[in-house]
Design a protein around this ligand. Structure first.
Ligand code: ADP
Length: 507
């Protein structure tokens, strides 16, 4: 019954391009027969029957033009005209009555025909448009379903409107349409221990902030017990008025990539641990040898020994950096905090490095007495890295300016060189792990791209900031800041502080 009512409702049939010829034909014939029966059994008198006939015809033509397009309207009109002729014939119209009857019929026929064409054409055009839109939607759905990444599109309240197979596969559950993202603990946080609150889920963040959240990584604790590493990006979608109306999110399964990275990290960690001991022994032997040869050896031998020592120091530095990177990756890099004078540390570092920078001049342009509470050795490591980079990436004759300034909260150290500089688009990337700037031919400078990554991790773990201002070809100024309010001695584990009474040096 409901189906029949739906079929008869012309509005519900919009978009359906299967037009019926039977329905208008049967309905008009039945209507005419009914009208004839009503007249025959004197329910309607002859004169008012004509008016009823015109009114019913009009309704039928309108209805079928809108229900079955031009063809429906034309069939209804044609049958009605035939009925009018039938009336004239059976009522024996003669003379002027016949002429008036024919004239009226022709006029009504033209009106009905015109109405059928206009309304039918409108109906058919609407049908085509609706069908086209449905096709577009279907095509979009097919594309989204077959994308190699997970897709999740929600409305402004986080209710899922569109999802695809890949999203279900990655999440390990069927994400139902209408499910409100964030109401269930689908995702666990970075280390996989605590469930991520709804506010942290990138989609909710994008909806909340109206901005795009790019490449957030999570460890997914799936309901089937499997763990997957996923990378999620989400973006808020705004209407013309700038109001957030939806959010779209892309989910990538990066488990394989992570496993590969872990294997590489494990290998680097193992290799650098294995290298550490022989290098330490080598250094000891070289020191002993240089002491022994100090008096007897000729100048050439002393030079050779000095070169071996320098190269071993470099090797040790690389291995130490590798170990640091590896510790940072596993969250095992610890910091021993103590209170010390940053200005003194800067001066000492500049003096030490000036000896190896034969030609370049290191100038301490400005310094203020500043006490900080930090890991002295690690801060020394950061300053050394910035100054050795400045030496490495600038000409032999240009000076390198080092300064220390402070405000009420932070001490700021800057290292300025007038060397090759760094292009704008590379300036953020140089702090990434193993990132090296390439020159115009695609070549990199010697190095491993670890120093600035380690420096950044050290500084941010001390609640400071590190940044660069640079202009390609003109030089760079690297800055880092450290908070200066005094604090008790602490050990920081992977950025989280714990108080410790007797700090001990590692390495
Ligand atoms: P690397 O061992 O390769 O020097 P870093 O992490 O210290 O590693 O530096 C990363 C990249 O940043 C370098 O490859 C270099 O291209 C760029 N860079 C660092 N410091 C400077 C500088 N002072 N001037 C120009 N480029 C620099």
């Amino acid at each position: 019954m409901r189906k029949l009512l739906k079929y008869l409702n012309p509005i519900a049939q919009l978009g359906n391009r299967r037009y019926s010829l039977v329905l208008p034909t049967l309905t008009v014939i039945i209507s005419c027969i009914l009208l004839e029966l009503l007249v025959h059994f004197m329910v309607l008198d002859q004169s008012s029957a004509g008016i009823y006939a015109i009114f019913i015809s009009l309704v039928l033509v309108l209805y079928f033009s809108f229900h079955d397009g031009i063809i429906g309207g034309i069939i209804a009109s044609a049958l009605i005209i035939l009925y009018y002729f039938y009336i004239m014939f059976t009522r024996r119209y003669m003379g002027s009555q016949l002429v008036a009857g024919i004239q009226t019929t022709v006029l009504l026929g033209l009106i009905y025909g015109f109405m059928s064409v206009i309304i039918g054409w409108l109906k058919q055009t609407i049908d085509i448009l609706i069908e086209r839109e449905a096709d577009e939607r279907q095509r979009l759905q097919t594309i989204i379903q077959q994308l190699p990444v997970g897709v999740l599109i929600t409305d402004h309240s986080g209710r899922v409107l569109v999802t695809n197979r890949q999203a279900d596969t990655i999440m390990g559950i069927k994400i139902p349409l209408g499910y409100v993202v964030g109401t269930d603990a689908l995702v666990t946080s970075g280390k996989g221990r605590t469930p991520t609150s709804a506010a942290k889920f990138p989609l909710m963040q994008a909806l909340g902030s109206g901005r795009a959240i790019v490449g957030k990584e999570y460890l997914l604790d799936r309901t089937d017990g499997k763990k997957r590493h996923v990378q999620i990006s989400a973006s808020a979608i705004h209407n013309k008025e700038g109001k957030v109306i939806a959010a779209a999110s892309i989910i990538n399964d990066i488990t394989q990539q992570k496993e590969l990275e872990k294997r590489k990290d494990d290998f680097v960690n193992m290799a650098s641990h294995e290298l550490k001991t022989p290098i330490t022994s080598m250094k000891l032997y070289i020191d002993t040898l240089s002491l022994r040869l100090a008096k007897s050896a000729d100048e050439k031998s002393v030079k050779i020994i000095r070169n071996i020592k320098n190269q071993t120091d470099k090797l040790q530095q690389i291995v130490n950096d590798l170990l640091d990177v590896s510790r940072l990756q596993t969250g095992k890099l610890t910091f021993t905090k103590e209170q010390f004078r940053l200005d003194h540390l800067l001066k000492e570092t500049v003096d030490v490095l000036q000896q190896s920078a034969m030609k370049q001049q290191l100038v301490l342009t400005k310094t203020v007495p500043t006490k900080v509470t930090a890991d002295k050795f690690r801060i020394y490591q950061v300053v050394t890295n910035l100054i050795t980079n400045a030496i490495k990436y600038s000409g032999e004759t240009t000076p390198i300016n080092i300064s220390l300034s402070r405000n009420s909260q932070f001490a700021v150290v800057s290292v300025q060189d007038f060397g090759i500089g760094i292009a704008k688009d590379q300036q953020r990337k140089i702090f990434e792990r193993l990132y090296q700037v390439t020159d115009d031919t695609g070549k990199t400078f010697p190095g491993f791209g670890m120093g600035l990554y380690i420096a950044q991790q050290i500084i941010t773990s001390h609640k400071g900031k590190i940044w660069v201002e640079s202009s390609k070809g003109k030089g760079s100024t690297f800055y880092f800041s450290l908070p200066i309010q005094p604090k008790p001695s602490t050990i920081i584990h992977d950025g989280k502080s714990k108080t410790k009474k007797n700090p001990r040096r590692r390495r």
